[in-house]
Design a protein around this ligand. Structure first.
Ligand code: GCB
Length: 612
């Protein structure tokens, strides 16, 4: 075992503290936790009666909550007037969206109050407790024992609050007001092509930590090298100047070092003969970190990813990204996907298709996705919901988008599978929008300069020539990949138009077609010109793939989409019925003809590039 003591590298930016009362608790599944998942009592509250008083002032305006459902109060005797009761209210499953659990809530947008009760057994007197939410869509107001913990905005990223001083040994009441109203200034904004599932959609965990604990850590190859592991650790707590030990048992590497007064420490460990992670060989290494009474384990892969001219290099070798887009839905069960089993189902289907890459559209998916992708050897594109027409000049909207990006990076920065941070999808070209997106790119680069930055941009048609497609979005200057969505043959002409397309692409960067596709109702067969038939969709795929091959710099694609998914914008009776049916797999898990077309193309690509 090589033991190394290194000098502290001062002055390196590693911002992992969010600018809120929330705390970062990374790698939560490896911590000492108690699940708070299960049946929670709920009150559906369309008028937000539990939140506002009759003069429309919030009950939780001051630290002392003056009324409303947050108090979870039961009438003391028969004379007391209390007009709600969690105990006698129905229950919903957490995690879970409310839409797919109760027919009455299928289209519901508004507030639902959730309440669970729990007991706590401290294992040491100075231990601290946190309540952790994997995601709540879209806004959460969280209360413990009648005290406000905080308000969280953003439906797809984790957050946690400290509850040490508030929690009791028994009978704790945890109340969450969940509101999924859409807002023009929100991220996403009011208009999306996916279902606005409301609810506590991911795990809720009670986390117990020693007084000073490991809040987050970063483990990666030192940028520019393949023989040095760089590790950063951030402690949280009153006594931060502690020795922090890091070890990689299978690599026989270890180091320990004193954290600075801010609880930060950074190491560099020389590591010769590292086996690099790749889709063909997704090797993960155990890592153990300990500091004072806290210890944390993870499994991490080491790899490099870069764009070089028009190529994407993984571990220095050219790679073609055989991808597909995914929404976070389990079509078989219905509703939001959230579990490891859901992730296994979706990524398993992507593997069957021959993919080495998935685009997790259009918002951060649950943590199991990237963890499983690490194990299965699937590269990931992760994205925040800056979708279509966000308020580009609203500084709060920008701050919200940045926070979602920062939280996603803090959660998944140790996943070798994640190679792309995408800051937007199909946003309209314009100066304010480019400024907004550029600032997100800067945010991503400042937090993690080691992954490729992208966004799904759009194509324009030359006004002089309908067959001439041009990609010259000024935002393309700032990204590492030139990625765009294109729908020739579906929204733009009929499939035979595809054969005549010529391309002008302004950027000398790797080109990824982040979407193409067509609707098809699984089981509906007709000739290839009949909209919504499987034959039409298959024809679009058959023509599009060779057309893309003509693009100089074509380095991968993620067709739209692996599975049919619910969308309130897709209203054609009998055919769509509230589903976007561009999936290669139906809502019953059945494959359409186009699945085989793409699978054949990917098999050929894999053969041609020598990938297994
Ligand atoms: C797009 C969007 C995606 C839609 C898709 C469609 O360009 O990025 O969210 O669902 O087209 O089906 O129209």
């Amino acid at each position: 075992m090589i033991r190394i003591r290194l000098l502290l590298l001062a002055g390196l930016a590693f911002a992992i503290h969010p600018a809120r009362s929330e705390v970062v608790i990374a790698n939560v599944f490896a911590r000492h936790t108690t699940s708070l998942n299960g049946q929670w009592h709920v009150i559906v509250d369309p008028y937000d009666t539990g939140f506002w008083d009759y003069r429309r002032r919030p009950y939780d305006e001051s630290a002392k909550i003056s009324g409303g459902f947050a108090l979870d109060h039961l009438a003391g005797d028969r004379t007391e007037l209390v007009e709600y009761n969690f105990d006698t209210s129905p229950a919903l499953k957490v995690p879970g969206d409310w839409n797919s659990q109760d027919d009455k809530l299928f289209y519901y947008e508004g507030s639902v109050w959730y309440r669970t009760k729990f007991d706590v057994q401290k294992t040491a007197p100075d231990h601290r407790f946190f309540v952790y939410f994997g995601a709540v869509n879209y806004e959460a107001n969280v209360y413990l024992n009648g005290r406000k913990l905080g308000r969280h905005i953003g439906g797809f990223t984790p957050f946690a609050y400290e509850i040490t001083g508030l929690v009791k040994e028994s009978g704790n009441s945890l109340v969450v007001r969940v509101n999924n109203n859409r807002h023009a200034d929100a991220v996403p904004t009011v208009n999306t092509d996916w279902w606005n599932y409301g609810g506590i959609t991911r795990d809720v965990l009670l986390v117990e930590e020693p007084a000073t604990f490991i809040a987050n850590f970063l483990v990666r190859l030192k940028p520019g090298t393949t023989n040095t592991i760089e590790t950063r650790v951030q402690l949280d707590g009153p006594d931060k100047e502690k020795f922090v030990k890091i070890s990689f048992p299978s690599l026989k590497l270890a180091a320990d070092l004193m954290a600075d007064q801010d609880g930060f420490v950074q190491y560099e460990l020389p590591a010769t003969n590292l086996v690099l992670w790749s889709p063909e060989n997704p090797v993960l290494n155990d890592v153990e970190i300990s500091a004072g009474g806290d210890s944390l384990k993870d499994r991490v892969g080491f790899r490099t990813i870069e764009a070089s001219g028009r190529d994407i290099l993984l571990n220095g070798k050219k790679i073609f990204l055989r991808g597909v887009c995914l929404h976070e839905e389990n079509p078989r069960r219905g509703g939001r996907a959230w579990s490891e089993d859901d992730a296994r189902l979706l990524l398993g289907w992507a593997k069957d298709l021959g993919c080495n890459f998935v685009r997790l559209a259009h918002y951060p998916h649950n943590e199991h996705m990237a963890r499983l992708a690490d194990e299965m050897g699937i590269l990931c594109w992760e994205e925040i919901p800056v979708y279509w027409t966000i308020q580009w000049t609203n500084s709060e909207t920008l701050a919200n988008a940045k926070q979602q990006l920062a939280d996603l990076i803090a959660r998944d920065q140790n996943r070798a599978s994640v190679v792309v941070w995408s800051v937007a999808n199909e946003t309209p070209v314009g100066e304010a929008r480019t400024r907004f997106l550029k600032s997100l790119v800067e945010e991503a680069r400042s937090r993690d300069g080691t992954r490729l930055i992208s966004a799904a941009m759009e194509v324009r048609t030359d006004p002089e020539d309908e067959f001439h497609k041009v990609v010259d979005d000024p935002f393309g200057e700032y990204t590492d990949l030139c990625s765009f969505n294109e729908y020739t043959g579906w929204y733009d002409g009929l499939p035979d138009k595809i054969d005549r397309i010529k391309w002008s692409i302004k950027y000398d960067k790797p080109v990824i077609i982040s979407e193409f596709g067509a609707d098809a109702k699984q089981g509906f067969h007709a000739d290839a010109l009949t909209r919504f038939s499987e034959e039409y969709q298959a024809d679009v795929y058959k023509r599009t793939l060779p057309m893309l091959e003509k693009i100089p710099g074509f380095r991968g694609c993620t067709p739209w989409i692996l599975c049919d998914f619910r969308s309130p914008r897709r209203l054609l009776p009998v055919i769509q019925d509230g589903w976007n049916i561009k999936g290669l797999i139906s809502s019953h898990g059945d494959r359409k003809l186009a699945f085989q077309v793409l699978k054949g193309f990917y098999a050929e690509k894999a053969r041609a590039t020598g990938a297994p």
